[in-house]
Design a protein. Sequence first.
Length: 366
Amino acid sequence: MSNTLKSVMAAGLLATIGTTAGAEITITDLRDRTVTLEEPAQRVMLGFYFQDFLAIAGEGAIDRIVGLSRGPWAEWRPGQWEVYTQAFPQLATLPDVGDTGSSTFSIEAAIATQPDLIVLAAWQYDALGESAEQFAAADIPVLVLDYNAQTLEKHLASTRALGAAMGADDRAEQIATFYEEMLADTARRVAASTGTPKKVYVELAQKGPDEVGNSYSGGMWGGIIDGLAGQNIANGQVENWGPLAPEYVLAQQPEVILLAGSEWLDRPAAVPLGFAQNADLAKERMRAYLGRPGWSELPAAQDGQLYGIYHGGTRSVSDFAYFRFLGKVLHPEAFADVDPQAELAKFYADWLPVKLDGTFMIQADE
């Protein structure tokens, strides 16, 4: 997310939001489409950005959801899904319209929920292609958001656009302002750091130590490391994501190793991070990676710089906390007074209807 930190001091790109005569709401969404609503949406078919929707829409948001693309929530983040369905059992009974990622998304099922607004991530809208025109034919507006772009501008624009659509402009503005301030503070701390940039290796810790997982360059964790003035060893080696050769990793002698874990099902060797995940088990699985040939001799292993981070933490209005966690890893003196876990917990307490409960950012030797 380097673009975010580089541009954090600049004014954010706002979604164009306005009102015409009467109560009509006009929004320019994250695909530069004009979306017009007669009034704030009351029946929403929600494709993605589930927690962002709940944070921004506020009280009663759950009751305004009439359908879901359930797979990206229940299957990608099952621990998170369980926490929310325990708190709000009605979520589990909502119609599932399928998932664009598995080519099961049903336009007909989405229309059948009788929504007055469909909210999609940009990647979902793009995957639907021309078939998305069927929503227009059914006179159902579609609002496209894009937190996946991982830029400050699109984070702010997505937040404000959703706030306008849900009649929660003030709440959205508070969240957007807070997010911008947190990233500005992060950028100032990085700029003030006098330490030598550290070499960082990131791996998606889904397959366990016996099989090399993807690393990231430019986007996802790679972009975040760039923005935090770290030296990502995947740069120039992979485009977006892909595994790095074990010999290359050893030769680069990384000073920090970052394992991205999640609540994956049927992944017995994965690093379990996220909602309802046990810290001791996560540390045990993380340490298993040090059993790889040569890893115990790497500077990161010798100095105890092996960290785990929740893979579901990016591409969200709450991802500021993960920025700050990695900022503290790379620039400990500059972030000495920052407690990213506490900041994330406070964000949940202030804006979300569930408590932050689980393991989201962790040091193996802590």
